[in-house]
Design a protein around this ligand. Structure first.
Ligand code: PMP
Length: 397
């Protein structure tokens, strides 16, 4: 009856959000969703920050600048400097979650039919955003060390992928694989971006959630070591996984001319990110609360990750294969010969959930893959959930 735009004639909703209806079932243990643990929120630190921020109530209640409150931009620049990356205020905009940063960037850069690349498997909301933008999505496989940059080099050299505008990657504790891109691959990727003139879109909401192994600088930070590459990096990050997603505070660091255009795009989306939230976030960071609180989160996630990996190995043995993550929130697993969608149906009957891998593939989905998040459930629930998963698997056989 209505004349919809092409991308909205038959739009597919988020496959993960479809699972939410099962979450409210009593007794459900969820390894689905990318929710951080709610019992690890720094409620007291945020209460203090909120009270201090509201002392300037007019700032909280009035519209703010589209690119973000200067006080928050200053704190984010300091946070980025601690992570090893410099950025000027002109290179940065505050967004309503980092999800908005991607949406703005695609509005600015991607026309229908443009070639773009993503890692495979990839974060589904990015695939959804690229599809709505009618991009032509090409994929680059991922292994235990992240994006297969060698494969990318040969795809580009052979012309199989011609002139991609951008490559999207979550290089640190990826969603969904949990993998981290090795340092030398980051450098090689930066060189390719300069050579072939595509933007590396680095999405980094999980980088601070390391609980094991050695830190690796972000691609943005490493761009200082590869001549000319800083012009080819856009970096997103967020307070969602390290403070609280309810704040809806993310940021984009981009070359100035791209940042300027993203700000114009944001003017028509929401005018500005909620100043109240921004002021609380700025105060929370200025109080030093993030550095104080973060170790509690990473320690807990380390325990939870260990508990999940041990329980899966004990319960499923050779039936399941995965890499143990060094940070983030996810275990990406394969169960050879199993259809993860069928396993999910059996699992839901036993009150445990996960996300079947299919949602993370732009093409040629691996039916045997699944993503398990260990962040939200407690250790006891993780062990019980793994037991239920084993029963669900046995019921299939
Ligand atoms: N990128 C990735 C890889 C994510 O996993 C998420 C959240 N699940 C986001 C972006 C969006 O986060 P935000 O809350 O900052 O919008």
């Amino acid at each position: 009856m209505y004349a919809y735009t092409a991308p909205f004639q038959n739009p597919a909703g988020s496959p993960i959000r479809e699972l939410f209806k099962y979450l409210s079932e009593p007794g459900m243990i969820s390894f689905a969703g990318g929710y951080p643990a709610s019992d690890l929120f720094d409620i007291e630190g945020l209460r203090v920050a909120q009270a201090r921020a509201y002392q300037d109530s007019i700032l909280c209640l009035q519209y703010g600048p589209t690119d973000g409150l200067p006080m928050l931009k200053e704190q984010i620049a300091a946070l980025m400097a601690r992570r090893g990356a410099s950025c000027s205020p002109e290179q940065m905009l505050i967004t309503t979650g980092s999800q908005q940063g991607l949406d703005l960037l695609l509005r600015v850069l991607v026309e229908p039919g443009d070639a773009v690349l993503t890692e495979q498997p990839a974060y589904p909301a990015t695939l959804q955003a690229l599809r709505l933008q009618q991009a032509r999505i090409g994929t680059v496989p991922v292994d235990g060390d992240g994006l297969d940059v060698g494969r990318l080099a040969s795809l580009l050299a052979s012309g199989v992928v011609a002139r991609p505008k951008l490559l999207y990657t979550v290089p640190t504790f990826a969603n969904p694989t949990g993998a981290t891109l090795a340092r030398e691959r980051r450098i090689a990727l930066l060189r390719l971006a300069v050579q072939y003139k595509f933007l590396i879109v680095e999405d980094d909401p999980y980088g601070d959630l390391r609980f094991a192994g050695e830190g690796v600088p972000s691609i943005l930070a490493l761009a200082d070591q590869v001549d000319g590459s800083r012009d080819w990096v856009v970096h997103f990050s967020s307070l969602s996984k390290v403070v609280a997603p309810g704040l809806r505070i993310g940021w984009t660091v981009a070359p100035v001319e791209i940042a300027r255009r993203c700000i114009v795009a944001k003017q028509t989306v929401d005018l500005c990110t909620t100043p109240w939230s921004q002021a609380i976030a700025a105060q929370y960071l200025a109080d030093g609360s993030l550095e104080r609180h973060l170790p509690r989160i990473t320690t807990a996630y380390g325990h939870k990750s260990g508990a999940l990996c041990r329980a899966l190995r004990a319960g499923l043995g050779d039936a399941i294969a995965f890499h143990q993550p060094e940070g983030g929130m996810f275990v990406w697993a394969r169960m050879p010969g199993v259809d993860a969608a069928q396993l999910l149906a059996s699992a839901i009957e036993r009150k445990v959930m996960f996300v079947p891998g299919k949602a993370f593939f732009a093409e040629q989905p691996d039916a045997a893959a699944l993503r398990l998040s260990f962040a939200a459930p407690g250790v006891d629930a993780i062990q019980e959930g793994a037991r239920r998963l084993q029963q669900a698997y046995q019921a299939l056989a």
